[in-house]
Design a binder for this molecule. Structure first.
Ligand SMILES: Nc1ncnc2c1ncn2[C@@H]1O[C@H](COP(=O)(O)OP(=O)(O)O)[C@@H](O)[C@H]1O
Ligand SMILES: [Mg+2]
Length: 258
């Protein structure tokens, strides 16, 4: 079910401000791709263009192409809501629906789009929680509020919610930045196991994390204040961290960044 993403000549704007410019890349299925680069270089913006979440911001627009294998995601007859279902997103702060139970948090997306029997729902909720490596910790409290879990558990609950609707791609924007080191390692392990089934993109400001979890790394940078962010280079993670092609990449990963 994992699919390849192909981006060509992509620009993204907020009103008149061009936040990213001329991004072209291929994102491989069944692999983890990390986006790194200084704050403000457009990593989050670019991530949101991949599942059509960018355009929900008033005045925001995209130029260029994003293809999910044979489908042009910005084609005239494409429903952005279905794109967001196919390409799920996990955010920086775990955001479970606070008044809902653990079970209902996972089932929420399914109830929106389908008719499932109680036993089908039970099965999908269990499998999604197992997939998110949370089942053992919550199986005896499925009907307690999701907000009662620890931060790391809440983030795994959000991942369970995202995979319950069977996406093809998972986008994660700094998913560990609000978590302690133990929970961070649990999420990293989870990401490594999920890549068997999904195309995964993770934004991270943590170089060690990018080196640990990703197969490919894309480095983005800003030419200057007010300039749009650009893709500097993308390569095998091992190469980016040992022998990058560009000096700007080397300066950034070795901490010699301006
Ligand atoms: N909702 C928004 N409205 C207007 N400008 C925004 C918005 N979000 C981000 N930007 C601008 O877009 C640029 C890229 O930001 P962002 O994608 O958040 O970068 P990063 O995730 O790499 O830190 C920045 O100049 C930022 O100020
Ligand atoms: Mg960001």
């Amino acid at each position: 079910m994992a699919k390849q993403i192909e981006v060509a000549g992509l620009d993204a704007y907020y009103g008149a401000h061009k936040a990213i410019e001329d991004i072209t890349m291929t994102i491989e299925p069944r692999a983890v791709t990390a986006f790194i680069g200084p704050s403000g270089c457009g990593k989050s913006t670019f991530l949101r263009t991949l599942n059509r979440m960018h355009e929900v911001i008033p005045g925001a627009r995209v130029e260029g192409k994003v293809r999910l294998e044979d489908q042009d995601l910005y084609g005239p007859d494409v429903d952005p809501v279905s794109v967001r279902r196919t390409i799920g997103m996990v955010f920086q702060r775990p955001n479970p629906f606070p008044t809902m139970s653990i079970y209902d948090n996972v089932a929420a997306g399914l109830r929106l789009n389908g008719r499932f029997s109680k036993s089908e729902l039970d099965g999908i909720v269990e499998n999604s929680l197992k997939g998110a490596n949370l089942w053992k910790e919550v199986k005896d409290r499925l009907h307690k509020p999701g907000s009662g879990l620890s931060g790391g558990q809440q983030q795994r609950l959000c991942i369970a919610r995202a995979i319950a609707v069977r996406p093809q791609v998972l986008l994660m924007d700094e998913p560990c930045s609000a978590l302690d080191p133990i929970s961070t390692l649990a999420i990293e392990d989870l990401i490594s196991s999920l890549k068997r089934d999904y195309t995964i993109v993770i934004v991270t400001h943590n170089m060690q994390q990018a080196a640990r979890v990703s197969d490919k790394t894309a480095f983005f940078n800003l030419a200057g204040q007010g300039q749009p962010g650009k893709l500097v280079e993308m390569d095998e993670t091992s190469r980016i961290f040992t022998n990058p092609g560009q000096k700007a990449t080397e300066d950034y990963i070795t901490g010699r960044f301006g």
